[in-house]
Design a protein around this ligand. Structure first.
Ligand SMILES: [Zn+2]
Length: 252
């Protein structure tokens, strides 16, 4: 949750191109925050979501990002603890660092895209590096990375064309870069399932929002980054079963 508190700073300052250093302060009255105002979740709850000095309402993002980071880090730890024996410290530590970097980047991307409709470069580059590591680790350099990369480029090219054709209204350029990274992370052929899942979940959400708010209000406002990452997560869990069940595996 302490890392989550730092990710909040990244999410807010990266959009404004501010540096990540320096003490945190209230965005309204600029009072520097003391240690007791920086305790994850607890400070937010004690202060009832307001600044202790000026009473300005704090972003709910502070609370949610801290909570979700804490849960996601625990989830990564639990997953690895059930996969590797406690004596296999090499693998455990290696994949722990990998997993924590992965969920941190994903959280920053989702929160920034929801908040500012921007997919920040830094965390996408981190995901791209992690994707290359994951790909090489799965099947080696040639049979693994080359195949995964070719599939990832085809999928990203589809997003790139959507971006170009719609002049950024349906899809951002950031979405194309993000799906390139996430396709490498899940690898071929799961990346095909991830691609379909992200369109389906995004589509269901889009139709839901249109039904709720009417067509005109939500134009261009649905960020797609969260659905790319959700699609990849779903593909990681259910992708293999889905490709078998649908028979797509015989086409790929
Ligand atoms: Zn204040």
């Amino acid at each position: 949750m302490i890392i989550g508190s730092f990710l909040n700073v990244v999410i807010i300052r990266s959009v404004k191109n501010e540096s990540l250093g320096g003490r945190s302060s209230c965005r309204s009255c600029k009072t520097k925050l003391t240690a007791r105002e920086l305790i994850p979740l607890i400070s937010f709850c004690i202060q009832k979501g307001r600044c202790r000095n000026c009473g300005a309402v704090l972003l709910k993002q502070y609370f949610w990002v801290e909570l979700i980071t804490g849960l996601a880090f625990s989830g990564v730890f639990y997953m690895l603890a059930t996969t590797y024996s406690p004596w296999d410290t090499d693998n455990f530590v290696k994949w722990l660092i990998f997993g924590l970097a992965l969920v941190s980047s994903a959280i920053v991307i989702v929160a920034t895209d929801l908040r500012s409709k921007i997919i920040p470069h830094g965390p996408v580059i981190v995901l791209l590096i992690l994707g290359i590591i994951a790909s090489v680790n799965r099947h080696g350099l040639f049979s693994g990375l080359v195949t995964d990369l070719m599939a990832a480029i085809v999928i990203a090219a589809f997003f790139f064309v959507l971006w170009l054709y719609s002049k950024g209204r349906w899809m951002g350029l950031g979405d194309a870069k993000l799906i390139l990274a996430s396709s490498l992370l899940v690898g071929y052929p799961l990346s095909i399932a991830a691609f379909l899942f992200s369109f389906w979940t995004g589509g269901i959400m889009g139709i839901g929002l249109i039904l709720l708010h009417g067509r005109n209000k939500i134009k261009y406002l649905i960020p797609f980054g969260p659905f790319i990452l959700l699609g990849s997560l779903l593909a990681y869990i259910f992708g293999g079963g889905f490709l078998m069940w649908s028979g797509l595996i015989y086409l790929l």
